[in-house]
Design a protein around this ligand. Structure first.
Ligand code: IMP
Length: 430
């Protein structure tokens, strides 16, 4: 079994959690490498629904090590709550199966306050963030004024760090954004308490992963968000603030790129996006609403309704190229049952000209006219199909079309949220 990176191949919410949960059966270690609790992975086991925000989906499997890499940003209060909820639900999340990089950065209350204040005053420039402080914490990391997990668990280091950064952050928060200042005493006592509670998970993750690989263990690198939300290659500035593509796995964990063998992209059979920003294949009006209701398209983290649209093969081809996606796990094909016609975007037109590559400018993306190929839909409920041969001919043609247009083969097709509603088409690991 190779070391595999699993990423969202669209704008996030592709259903990565359940695919990671499925593949994690075959690996020894599952590691998250970027993002924070802006992510929300929903996994359905029997009658139970579990939503994970920081923790890798491997935490739900016995005998696996779950790791939070240095590229992840952690809200300690939310993480402690998540660990407690999982424990109450009967899962193990202790130092035997959960390790956290001492280099990961901590989301502090001023990061959340800055994120929320900016979003409420930004008007037209609003990003539509999750409001979890993600942008501001990565800004502080790059500006070299961040608080790391190694600081959080050491009261002396935490006190020194906060004394260095709080004045400047408060000045920005109050004078520029008109917010309330954050008091040192309040945050120090609360956060050093979290540090002591989480201390037992602290780990040199790079060392752990490299040693494990040397001992023949294999690793699944779990991406959060999606390729089109990547800080470099996404639809900037309407992106998240980390490298959500496969390339982020290496700096986000301390494992060399040469140790990564393959990349699996997760894509929905249509497209969704939350927050602001360009979305060329968005379907507005009744049809878009029908897709949202059929797919239950509401955010797992914020509950916001997701914008819905047709499958964008042009964007997916771009995501596949940048990230080295060698296979796709296609999710929610069952949601497309009942549509008379289904469109697939095969290219982009800008001011009358067909584009040869995905544009970098959001101004261009705003004016894109998608080129569609219309396909016949199917009316049958396909959620109980056990094999590709049990799908209606139109559904099979749709899958073939997606493979053709994206240049990537389909590994699995999922037909419902539970663990067993999945058809395997290829063997990713052969
Ligand atoms: P942030 O990551 O909270 O700063 O939000 C930046 C953009 O990424 C916004 O458009 C969010 O809606 C989007 N985003 C962040 N996390 C997720 C996710 O897990 N799924 C889908 N969209 C996300």
């Amino acid at each position: 079994m190779p070391n595999v990176v699993v990423i969202g191949a669209q704008w996030g919410d592709e259903g990565k959690g359940r695919i990671v949960d499925l593949i994690s059966e075959k690996v020894d270690i599952v590691v998250r490498y970027q993002g924070g609790n802006n992510a929300g992975h929903t996994i359905v086991i029997g009658e139970e629904k579990v939503v994970l925000h920081h923790l890798p989906s491997g935490i739900l499997r016995d005998g696996k090590i779950s790791v939070i890499g240095n590229g992840v940003v952690i809200d300690p209060k939310v993480l402690i709550q998540e660990i407690n909820e999982l424990t109450q639900a009967g899962y193990t999340a202790d130092e035997t199966n959960l390790r956290i990089s001492d280099r990961a950065h901590i989301i502090m209350p001023y990061h959340r306050a800055i994120d929320l204040a900016r979003e409420s005053t930004n008007g037209k420039g609003k990003i539509g963030t999750t409001g979890r402080g993600i942008g501001p914490v990565y800004e502080d990391k790059a500006a070299r004024r961040g608080v790391k997990f190694s600081d959080l668990i050491n009261p002396e280091a935490l006190s020194e760090r906060l004394k260095n950064v709080l004045e400047e952050r408060n000045s920005y928060l109050t004078k520029v954004l008109g917010g309330e200042p954050i008091e040192f005493d309040d945050i120090f006592s609360e956060y050093s308490r979290y540090g002591q509670e989480l201390k037992r998970y602290a780990c040199d993750v790079s060392n752990l992963l490299n040693k494990s690989m040397a001992n023949g263990k294999n690793i699944l690198f779990e991406g959060a968000q999606g390729a089109l939300l990547d800080i470099d290659f996404g639809t900037y500035p309407y992106v998240t603030s980390s490298s959500s593509g496969s390339g982020g796995a290496s700096p986000g964990t301390g494992v060399s790129p040469t140790s990564i063998d393959t990349v699996l992209g997760i894509a929905k059979a249509y497209t969704t996006r939350v927050g602001e920003g360009p979305f060329p294949t968005e379907i507005l009006g009744e049809l878009g609403e029908k897709l949202r209701e059929a797919g239950g398209e509401y955010g797992a983290t914020t509950g916001r309704p997701r914008r819905c649209g047709w499958f964008d093969a042009f964007a997916l081809r771009y995501a596949a190229q940048i990230n080295g996606i060698s296979s796709i796990a296609l999710t929610k094909l069952d949601v497309l049952s009942g549509f008379e016609k289904i469109n697939v975007c095969v290219g982009y037109k800008y001011r009358g000209d067909e584009l040869s590559s995905f544009p970098s400018s959001s101004h261009i993306l705003d004016e894109i006219e998608p080129i569609y190929e219309e396909m016949d839909g199917w009316q049958e409920d396909i959620s109980n199909a056990k094999d590709i041969s049990e799908l209606p001919e139109q559904a099979r043609k749709y899958l073939e079309k997606l493979e053709d247009l994206t240049g990537v083969s389909i590994y699995t097709v999922s037909l419902g949220p539970s663990r067993e509603k999945i058809i395997f088409l290829n063997n990713l690991f052969s």
